[in-house]
Design a protein around this ligand. Structure first.
Ligand SMILES: Cc1cc2nc3c(=O)[nH]c(=O)nc-3n(C[C@H](O)[C@H](O)[C@H](O)COP(=O)(O)OP(=O)(O)OC[C@H]3O[C@@H](n4cnc5c(N)ncnc54)[C@H](O)[C@@H]3O)c2cc1C
Length: 389
């Protein structure tokens, strides 16, 4: 007899993997279709993740962690940098994704590799799903196919999200002091930023995101020269697209849910998406469980997923306002902003806040207060608890 899956997940990235793991744990019959022949490969990520995000998946084995981090350092043009102390890690991301899928399998999920999703047709209460070589029957589909958002595209559920290009070198770089470095330097990454994320053992991911995709490599080379790293050995260069226009219009419908990058869930300032992907996957699993229990996968029932993420994730438009305010500043103004902000961005006491206000009004009175508030807000929402990483 033909198997009927409660849930068919497209994509075995962090979003699809955590959704499948949770759904299988809740007792659902789950199938994951992954187009690549190995989970997590090819890699397309800077690989950093906050402890807050990791804790959502239980105890992470040490072998999937390349380096532990004390926090994040934001570096503006000029001599000052600002720290945000909150723990996290740099992953071996492919091992991390493999670990999640292993847990999903241990909970009973089936995972098919090298089986790209090709089409889906809904007949009554069931989906007929075709992959490259096979046909499946499922009650609910979760699209976790990343920036490709294949279900959205095939069924015309949403228009394609705008995206930015991210590229990086895995290279020799021995300057790690516990902080993951993010550079807001418009000269080297217009409308974007750069990073140096240590992977331990004298290696680091050094890369950038910019809207000027055709010049991304050129900017990265200039940045290496600026840092004096141009002769450091490069082991590989890789990257990918990151959705950058916010959540798609429709994240649920009759018998379907979209999660992770496929739903446009990335943080607008530093474009991290792993945390949002994991949380959206967990929410989707809970809602699918309820729908299966009620034998009702209608849009009405699945809409609880919409309510959950809208309540939890920070407002994208507000964050984009902060990002635009940052990008509208010149190098000189960014230097001033850095001087205004306290050394520790994470936990501002009332005295710190008063000091910032004093400097805003009396030391740097030429800077637009409206813009500054937007910039500060953007950094506030870059913290882990707000899904910044
Ligand atoms: C250069 C770069 C650096 C980044 N750095 C960071 C960072 O440091 N921290 C962070 O949090 N985020 C970072 N991101 C973003 C992060 O990689 C994504 O937000 C995250 O991986 C999203 O997870 P996901 O599961 O939604 O999608 P993905 O990780 O993209 O997974 C989607 C999966 O679906 C599969 N798939 C696609 N099409 C099909 C199909 N037709 N059939 C079956 N399977 C399919 C893919 O093979 C893939 O396995 C970075 C991104 C880039 C490009």
């Amino acid at each position: 007899m033909e198997a009927v899956y409660d849930l068919l997940v497209i994509g075995a990235g962090p979003a699809g993997g955590s959704c499948a793991e949770k759904a299988a744990e809740l007792g659902l019959k789950v199938l994951v279709l992954e187009e690549d022949s190995r989970v997590g490969e090819p890699l397309h990520c800077g690989e950093c993740i906050s402890k807050v995000a990791m804790d959502k998946l239980g105890d992470i084995p040490e072998e999937v962690i390349a380096e532990h981090a004390t926090g994040v350092r934001v570096i503006f043009p000029g001599p000052r940098s600002n720290l945000c102390d909150e723990p996290g890690a740099v992953l071996h991301k492919e091992k991390f994704e493999q670990w999640i899928i292993k847990k999903a399998k241990a909970n009973g999920a089936e995972v098919l590799l090298g089986q790209p999703f090709e089409s889906a047709e809904r007949k009554g209460k069931f989906w007929k799903v075709k992959s490259k070589e096979k046909v499946f029957k499922a009650k609910i589909i979760v699209d976790a196919s990343g920036v490709k958002s294949v279900l959205s595209q095939k069924l015309g559920l949403n228009k394609r999200a705008d995206s930015v290009v991210g590229i990086q070198h895995l290279m020799e770089c021995n300057e790690f002091d516990g902080y993951l470095d993010f550079y807001v330097w418009p000269k080297f990454a217009p409308h974007g930023y750069l990073w140096m994320i240590s992977k331990g053992k004298g290696l680091a991911n050094v890369g950038l995101v910019t809207t000027e995709s055709n010049k991304a490599k050129e900017y990265l080379e200039k940045f290496l020269i600026e840092k004096g790293w141009q002769n450091n050995k490069i082991l590989k260069t890789f990257g990918g697209l990151i959705p950058a226009s916010g959540p798609v219009e429709n994240t649920v419908g009759e018998g379907w849910i979209i999660i992770g990058d496929a739903a446009g869930f990335t943080s607008p300032l530093f474009e991290g998406g792993t945390h949002l992907g994991i949380q959206s996957g967990l929410y989707a699993a809970e809602v699918v469980k309820k729908a299966i229990e009620q034998n009702n996968a209608s849009k009405e029932v699945l809409s609880e997923y919409d309510s959950l993420w809208k309540k939890e994730f920070p407002d994208y438009k507000m964050l984009v306002g902060g990002k635009d305010a940052i990008y509208s500043l010149t190098d000189e103004q960014l230097k001033d902003v850095s001087e205004l902000m306290p050394n520790q961005l994470g936990f501002l006491s009332s005295t710190d806040k008063l000091k910032v206000l004093y400097r805003m009004f009396f030391v740097k009175p030429h800077l637009s207060k409206k813009k500054l508030f937007k910039v500060f807000n953007a950094f506030k929402y870059s913290r882990a608890k707000n899904y910044g990483w």
